[in-house]
Write a protein that binds this ligand. Structure first.
Ligand SMILES: C[S@@+](CC[C@H](N)C(=O)[O-])C[C@H]1O[C@@H](n2cnc3c(N)ncnc32)[C@H](O)[C@@H]1O
Length: 266
């Protein structure tokens, strides 16, 4: 199908059946919403939202908007994924402006791709609004650059979700020096993560940081090394959500910290 006919198919679909807006709401601080996301929030009829969408973001919805919590706490889903998909499509077909709100960015470990597959198969029009993903937001608020010409030539985003007690990751690649690894959903598997990286050659003194509730007023930053972090994290009694960042860039956060301006500035 040509670009033009794809566009007119989308226009026909939106006129006939409403639209689903897949909106990334960022990692927590509502000031990190895009202008597009804020505008769509103000015009929503109904919003389906996850656990990680902050109360401040939901407060931007009009009083008339219906809100539906669809869950997604670890192993605790208010609705199964298929039911969420069907609900979005049904609501859009009833002609309402449906916002599917997701923490961070919808396409980074957010099942945005799966939801779009369903929406498109149903012939419903969609728009994706990107959000600041947790690795980017949390590292920025901790003052840690994810790449740095001298220290890290790449940054890899991985999920540390445990499956049957193990993590199926490309350890030899992740264990190379001079790169940053940002781990989503990795707190439960932290001891496995640190042990595997050391086993595959990353030095035990490699810096690692855990950023708890990044970008929110309750952000906490715990720093250590691959060797010390499992013990340190257990002591700190961390709570989800947490972002794990590993690599030579990590100590820069501490070095820059004395010069950080108090927020908010404007
Ligand atoms: C299911 S993933 C969703 C990621 C989201 N789509 C994104 O782009 O950030 C959830 C994981 O993101 C990370 N996360 C989300 N918000 C966070 C925050 N404010 N601080 C630290 N980590 C966060 C945590 O690792 C959490 O377990």
């Amino acid at each position: 199908m040509s670009d033009a006919s794809q566009r007119s198919a989308a226009t026909r679909a939106s006129q006939a059946q409403g639209v689903v807006y897949l909106v990334g709401t960022g990692p927590g601080d509502p000031e990190l919403l895009t202008v597009r996301a804020a505008r769509l929030l103000q015009g929503a009829d109904v919003a389906l939202y996850d656990n990680l969408v902050s109360a401040e973001v939901l407060a931007l919805l009009p009083k008339t908007a219906e809100t539906i919590y669809v869950g997604k706490r670890r192993n605790k889903h208010a609705l199964e994924q298929n039911d969420i998909n069907q609900l979005m499509v049904d609501l859009a077909r009833s002609g309402r402006r449906v916002l599917r709100l997701k923490g961070g960015d919808p396409f980074i470990f957010g099942r945005g791709g799966e939801e779009l597959e369903f929406i498109c198969a149903a012939g419903v029009a969609f728009e994706v609004v990107p959000g600041i993903t947790a690795a980017v937001g949390a590292s920025a608020y901790a003052g840690i650059p994810l790449t740095h010409r001298r220290l890290a030539q790449s940054c890899t985003l991985v999920t540390g979700h445990l499956q049957d007690g193990s993590m199926n990751l490309d350890w030899p690649t992740l264990a190379r020096a001079r790169q940053t690894v940002a781990v989503y959903m990795g707190l439960m598997g932290l001891p496995v993560l640190c042990a595997k990286l050391i086993e595959h050659g990353r030095h035990p003194t490699t810096p690692i940081v855990i950023i708890e509730r990044g970008t929110t007023a309750r952000q906490r930053v715990i720093e250590g090394t691959l060797a010390t972090m499992p013990g340190r994290a257990a002591q700190a009694q961390l709570h989800a959500p947490t972002m794990i960042i590993i690599g030579e860039v990590v100590p820069l956060g501490r070095a820059f910290a004395p010069f950080r301006a108090p927020t908010p500035q404007m």
